[in-house]
Design a binder for this molecule. Structure first.
Ligand SMILES: Nc1ncnc2c1ncn2[C@@H]1O[C@H](COP(=O)(O)OP(=O)(O)O)[C@@H](O)[C@H]1O
Ligand SMILES: [Mg+2]
Length: 292
């Protein structure tokens, strides 16, 4: 069992020093995942701070962050390794020269192997934090393949042999839940759902990430974003948008969020035309919330 952090509280404090504010539940999940060598599966809407967990964790542990960004159609070759065909081709051409020292078998040697994130993570082992980002974008087949890798942390490359991690890396898997992940993968992981932060917490996050923004303004903006999230919009803004919005308004030299400024700067927080139209039509409600 690793003892990277003395306690959940100590981890929470260390995260805060990295300007990441985690509630007790999330800090406990991270603490257990790291201590018990289990992948951490983080689910939640876009912008709630899932990816950031892996980045901050790598920095806290002094480890390399290896990121596998998932997308539709991603397959094992793109995630694990491929052969460098163009380099092989050049080598084949060179072999036609009688004085060449290269043999066919050499074409499948380490210098022609293109390492992708999963192979890099297997090789780095406990020197890395592996981030498998937005796994819900990949298909079922890839998820099954990933599960295999997460169970073994080893791969057999026919031409090279077996490569295994001495110790597994810390693994963070994220999903925006555009589809449900499989139970088998969930069983392998420690699961934590991240919600949008509470108003108080989001104010704190803005203050931590954008120290130039006053407490008042941070509160105005965080409250406005909360009201936007409660409206019937297509793309609910994440924490990054709250920070961007607060920064933009502060940069304009405005001290409190008023309807006019809010409407003029909506592009920092809503990135959908219909959402913007809806927000503009109810802008008084967005900035005032009807509660003064
Ligand atoms: N709890 C938090 N503490 C500090 N910053 C946060 C927190 N949650 C989100 N953020 C900010 O929001 C940004 C977006 O978070 P990110 O991890 O990319 O979201 P997700 O991966 O869930 O879509 C981060 O870069 C960070 O600046
Ligand atoms: Mg993300």
């Amino acid at each position: 069992m690793r003892t990277a952090f003395a306690s959940v509280g100590a981890l929470q404090e260390a995260l805060r020093e990295e300007r990441y504010l985690a509630d007790r539940g999330l800090a406990t999940a991270i603490y257990l995942a790291v201590s018990l060598d289990k992948p951490l599966l983080l689910e939640g809407e876009a912008g709630v701070g899932k990816t950031e967990v892996a980045k901050v964790l790598a920095s806290l542990l002094g480890r390399e962050l290896i990121r596998l960004q998932c997308y539709e159609g991603i397959d094992a070759a793109q995630a694990l390794y491929e052969w460098n065909y163009s380099r092989q081709l050049i080598a084949v051409r060179a072999m036609q020269d009688a004085s060449s020292e290269t043999h066919v078998a050499d074409l499948f040697g380490p210098e022609f192997l293109v390492e992708r994130p999963l192979l890099a993570a297997i090789r780095a082992g406990s020197r890395a934090v592996l981030l498998v980002d937005e796994l819900d974008r990949a298909d079922d087949e890839f998820e099954a393949f990933l599960l295999e890798i997460l169970s073994e942390f080893a791969v057999t490359i026919p031409e090279v042999g077996r490569i295994a991690a001495e110790e597994p890396p810390v693994v963070v898997v994220t999903s925006n839940r555009t589809r449900e992940l499989h139970d088998a993968l969930k069983r392998r992981c420690l699961y934590h759902w991240i919600d949008h932060p509470s108003l108080e917490r989001e104010v704190e996050i803005v203050r931590a990430r954008a120290p130039e923004v006053s407490e008042h303004l941070a509160r105005d903006v965080a409250a406005a974003v909360m009201r936007l999230r409660a409206m019937d919009i297509a793309k609910r803004p994440g924490v990054a948008e709250t920070i961007d919005w607060a920064n933009a308004v502060a940069f304009l030299g405005v001290e409190r969020l008023d309807a006019e400024t809010a409407a003029a700067t909506l592009g920092t927080v809503l990135k959908d035309h219909e959402d913007q139209e809806l927000a503009v039509s109810r802008i008084a409600e967005v900035v005032e919330g009807g509660d003064g």
